[in-house]
Every structure is written in structure tokens, then in C-alpha cells.
Design a protein around this ligand. Structure first.
Ligand code: SAM
Length: 244
């Protein structure tokens, strides 16, 4: 559960402060997950697009892509890496015309939105029969070193994704789900950036943030004393809803 002082809005706004770490460290999304989420859509909205991790997969498929993201600093990273249509906006107010996209995908971000306002907004911008896809990459914490490292950087998103995928409902139909897995190959610095790009860590006071990252560094040194690549296992959980 979230701690009593958890300020969801502050966490949702926090990402811009670590946009560089985010762009460097976060993994992308496996191709079978992308295929499940977009189906045969042609024009796709990547909502809460961040630095463009999911957007890049859509571009690679040759789709007609529009990205919407509230943080100007995240958006600047996205624009630096990708030549796509991109606007500042939120899931609650995308700024897009009605019935203008075949699919909306929200990667690693639905738990930050207000579903009471985001569901009607997504339904408005979708064409009839369009789909809303939600996706989260979740570290496989059945692996002991992964569990040890992330126990230090508490406040996982796992409970959020379970709670929030259930918040869609009418006018969308029943959820269809798909899970796949992959390994993110990185190194010690990459794991530290990954921890530093978590909203829980971004909003900590500087001394507590530094202490937490030092503790993660010590755990990594004990686990991987020879340095070299670190293979971080992930499960990718996808949920797709079709507009009724
Ligand atoms: C964990 S990041 C995911 C970014 C990107 N989709 C990815 O997969 O890397 C969460 C993103 O949600 C954005 N966000 C927060 N509140 C939002 C809202 N109400 N509507 C849309 N996006 C939001 C944040 O600015 C941040 O870029």
C-alpha cells in the first residue's frame, strides 16, 4: 500500500526532473506486446509518452503516430530522439480531435491518470471499434538479486497496475490480457539510473536519495563483483479494451 504521505500528483509530475536517467535507463517494449496492443491500427496515440520509449516501437512499425505527454522535459527528450507529431497534453485533456485515432496506448502511465476523466477522453478521440491498450513492464522479482535491490527502492508499481487496469469500464468492453517476458541487458550504472528514474526516488530529499543510491550500489557490487553486463528480467503485462 502507499504510505500515508504519498502524494500521487507530485509523483505524477516528478518525471521531468529525471528525464535524462529515464531516457538512458528504462527498457523499451517487446515486439509481441506492441503487436497485441496496436493490432491492425494505422493511426496510434501514445498517451503519457514520456521520453518516447513506446513511441519508438510504433515508429519502427511504420505507423502514423501522435505522442501526447504532460511534462515538457520528457517531451524534449522524445523530440530529440524521434521525428514524430508530439504535443503537450494529458490523458484527461489530450487536445486531439474527436474520432481521430484507431488505437490509444498508455505505457507505464495509466496509474497516474484520473480514470473518471481519462476514460471519456480516450473514448472521444478513438474511432468506432478502436482500442485502448495499457502496458506495464514489471521486474521479475522472483529472481533473488532483483528482489534485494528493489526492496531498497520500495513502492513498486505492481499494486498500482493491478488496481488501475480495472478502472476502465464503459463505454469499453471487457479486458483482454497478454503477458510476455524479456531481459534488459544493462550494467551497474544502468541499474542505478533505473532506480534514480523512479518517481518514489525522484521526490526524496537529496540526502535520502544519495543514501538510497549508495545502498543500491553496495548491493550491486556484492552481487556482480566483476562488473560487466547485468541482465534484468522483466514481465510485460498488457491489457486491451475495445470501444463498444
Ligand atoms: C513511467 S513514465 C512512462 C513514460 C512512457 N510511456 C514509457 O513507457 O517510457 C509515466 C509518464 O506518465 C506521464 N503522466 C503523468 N500524469 C499523466 C497524465 N495525467 N496524463 C498523461 N500522462 C501522464 C508522466 O509525465 C510520465 O512521462
Amino acid at each position: 500500500m502507499e504510505s500515508p504521505e504519498f502524494d500521487s500528483a507530485a509523483h505524477a509530475r516528478s518525471f521531468g526532473a529525471a528525464a535524462g536517467e529515464y531516457a538512458r535507463a528504462r527498457p523499451g517494449y517487446p515486439d509481441d506486446a506492441v503487436g497485441f496492443l496496436v493490432g491492425d491500427a494505422r493511426r496510434v496515440l501514445d498517451l503519457g509518452a514520456g521520453t518516447g520509449k513506446f513511441t519508438a516501437s510504433l515508429v519502427a512499425r511504420g505507423l502514423d503516430v501522435v505522442a501526447v505527454e504532460p511534462s515538457s522535459r520528457m517531451l524534449a527528450q522524445l523530440r530529440a530522439g524521434l521525428d514524430v507529431e508530439a504535443h503537450e497534453g494529458t490523458a484527461e485533456a489530450t487536445g486531439l480531435p474527436g474520432a481521430s485515432v484507431d488505437a490509444v496506448v498508455v505505457a507505464q502511465a495509466w496509474h497516474w491518470v484520473d480514470p473518471g476523466r481519462a476514460v471519456p477522453e480516450v473514448a472521444r478521440v478513438l474511432r468506432p471499434g478502436g482500442t485502448l491498450g495499457l502496458v506495464w513492464n514489471v521486474r521479475d522479482e522472483s529472481v533473488p538479486w532483483v528482489r534485494r535491490v528493489w526492496a531498497v527502492a520500495q513502492q513498486g508499481t505492481e499494486h498500482e497496475l493491478r488496481a488501475s487496469a480495472a478502472t476502465v469500464g464503459a463505454p469499453f468492453g471487457d479486458p483482454e490480457t497478454f503477458t510476455t517476458r524479456f531481459e534488459h541487458v544493462t550494467d551497474r550504472a544502468g541499474i542505478l539510473d533505473l532506480v534514480a528514474s523512479r518517481s518514489y526516488v525522484i521526490v526524496l530529499p537529496e540526502d535520502r536519495r544519495a543514501a538510497l543510491l549508495a545502498e543500491v550500489g553496495r548491493l550491486l557490487d556484492a552481487e556482480f563483483p566483476d562488473g560487466g553486463p547485468v541482465r534484468l528480467p522483466y514481465l510485460t503485462h498488457c491489457t486491451r479494451f475495445t470501444l463498444g
